[in-house]
Design a protein around this ligand. Structure first.
Ligand code: KIV
Ligand code: ZN
Length: 540
């Protein structure tokens, strides 16, 4: 049996696999804010990125290693393909972290070997120990993944895993890369690995999986029963294609059904010790932060973090819940940090009250950021009577999104009504350039705003998604707008929040545009789709 830490380790890959979702790319400040929140959430490992991909990725992993990876904090991990240049870049990027890990991988399925790697099984069996040993020469903690393990020949998988462990890998990860397996098959695969790899007791068995058939979480829970003790997952389940296994679903599954899972850990069913180290009260905040910064909207009926997950519409359900919550609710909303309708601040609240509330919410802002947040709070309080925690979160995540960006929105003016053609006047300033104004008509006010911005930015792009949702209840609520632009086949998202949804739309568009322009400056490599080249480390 593989090593058993006595509980489940949570390996968060929101910043690596999650960021591989179309349109979800994040800048350095955004990645840092998410990493800091993941540390507060209590994950065991943060996969901070793929350092070889670009200078930006390298710098982000390095910054996270410097700032988030303390002695008591999570392990900071970087991804590297099984190539010396990748592993070298990864080792350098994570160097500042006291607890660091290199995660290296190579595909093991015949379909990947033949069509992607163009390598034989024998060649793969030579590469694996060489690369794991090289990674071990840089750090003590090395994880090895067999990409597409779910579709690999188990006999070959056993050989590869044995070699990786013999070369020094302390964690062996089994990815269902294309989300193909079913729960019983995946659980069986983990059992077979436990039975057939002679040195498996020297490593922790980990699982990684995608949600193409909607089975990732179920597969993982079955794997836990067979001895998997590390789960690789993302907040809100974001990730390539249909996404990764969702962290909040796994953690709450293990929390709510602890008595069912306890015996698989050699515990009595009623043992109260948690099965993960995650602070569940931080789940809601983490989910909102990731959604706001990536522009990946959470579907209302999403388990645990969807807006409707705790809403009871039918009269019978409402009546039952009022009599006893357990009639229709298996999770207490407070367990995931959902403080319903908590009104905290208003127009007369001072800077220290705002700072204290932000600190309670987990935002430890420096003086400059606090000043900016306070100014925005005051502006909002002039328009909205009660400022809730959700409003404060919207203000702060908006700030993180807009570091030194190329375009700044200066002015938005719209006229519309029953007998008017919606017309927008927009002024933008460009870094190092002059302010420019454009006017456009549209089918509605938002369309007019987007058309005017399109004239100003001169970039060819297509608006493919526009969504508005209110942060809280009430007519004066802040509206959150998410916009996705497509340019040359790639998606870029922007998010903004304001009591005026037209202003929020303009700002969200500008944020998406800045992201698009930013990415044009940085060539980036995809860890699973681009070819491994020995030369040319893409780092600073
Ligand atoms: O899905 C996958 O196989 C991966 C590996 C790189 C772990 O993301
Ligand atoms: Zn993956």
């Amino acid at each position: 049996m593989a090593k058993d830490p006595g509980r489940v380790l949570i390996f968060d890959t929101t910043l690596r696999d999650g960021e591989q979702s179309p349109g979800a790319s994040l800048n350095l400040e955004e990645k840092l804010a998410i990493a800091q929140q993941l540390a507060r959430l209590g994950v065991d490992v943060i996969e901070a990125g793929f350092p070889f991909a670009s200078q930006g990725d390298f710098a982000a992993v390095q910054k996270i290693a410097e700032i988030v990876g303390g002695d008591e904090g999570p392990v900071i991990c970087g991804l590297a393909r099984a190539s010396k240049a990748d592993i070298q870049a990864c080792g350098e990027a994570i160097l500042p972290a006291p607890k660091k890990r290199i995660h290296t991988f190579i595909a093991t399925s015949d379909i990947h070997l033949e069509h992607k790697l163009r390598k034989t099984r024998k060649e793969v069996l030579e590469i694996v120990p060489e690369m794991v040993q090289f990674a071990r020469s840089l750090v003590d903690d090395v994880e090895f993944s067999c990409e597409d393990a779910g579709r690999s020949d188990p006999e070959f998988l056993f050989e590869v895993i044995e070699q990786a462990i013999a070369a020094g890998a302390g964690t062996i990860n089994i990815p269902d890369t294309v989300g193909y397996t079913t729960p019983s098959e995946f659980g069986e695969l983990i059992s077979l690995i436990n039975k057939n790899v002679p040195n498996i007791n020297e490593a922790i068995l980990s699982v990684h999986g995608h949600n193409d058939l909607g089975l990732a979480v179920a597969n993982f829970l079955e794997a836990v029963k067979s001895g998997a003790r590390q789960l690789e997952c993302t907040i809100n389940g974001i990730g390539e294609r249909a996404g990764n296994a969702a962290l909040e679903e796994l953690v709450m599954g293990l929390h709510v059904r602890r008595s069912y899972f306890n015996p698989y850990f050699g515990r009595e069913p009623d043992c109260p010790t948690p099965l993960t180290a995650v602070r569940t009260e931080e789940i809601t905040k983490t989910s909102r932060l990731v959604s706001n910064l990536t522009g990946m909207v959470v579907q209302p009926n999403k388990a645990i973090v969807g807006a409707n997950a705790f809403a009871h519409e039918s009269g019978i359900h409402q009546d039952g819940v009022l009599k006893n919550r357990l009639t229709y609710e298996i999770v207490d909303a407070r367990t995931i940090g959902l403080n319903k309708n908590r009104i905290s601040l208003g127009k007369l609240s001072g800077r220290s009250a705002v700072r204290a509330r932000l600190e309670e919410l987990g935002y430890d802002l420096n003086r400059e950021d606090l000043n900016e947040a306070f100014t925005r709070f005051k502006e909002l309080a002039d328009r909205k009577r009660d400022i809730s925690d959700r409003d404060l979160e919207a203000i702060v995540s908006e700030q993180v999104q807009q570091p030194e960006s190329r375009f700044q929105l200066r002015h938005v003016q719209v006229s519309c009504g029953t007998s008017l053609k919606p017309t927008a006047t927009i002024t933008l300033s460009e870094q190092g350039g002059e302010e420019q104004t454009a006017v456009s008509i549209g089918t509605g006010p938002v369309d007019a705003v987007c058309r005017a911005l399109h004239i100003l930015c001169g970039e060819s792009n297509e608006l493919v998604e526009f969504s508005v949702k209110s942060v809280t209840e009430g007519i004066d609520a802040i509206g959150e707008v998410t916009i996705r632009l497509r340019s040359e086949g790639k998606l870029y998202s922007g998010h903004s929040a304001d009591t005026d949804v037209v202003v929020a739309s303009a700002q969200a568009y500008v944020n998406a545009l800045n992201r698009l322009l930013d990415s044009q400056l940085k060539a980036s490599i995809h860890p699973q789709k681009d070819e491994v080249k020995a030369e040319g480390i893409a780092r600073i």
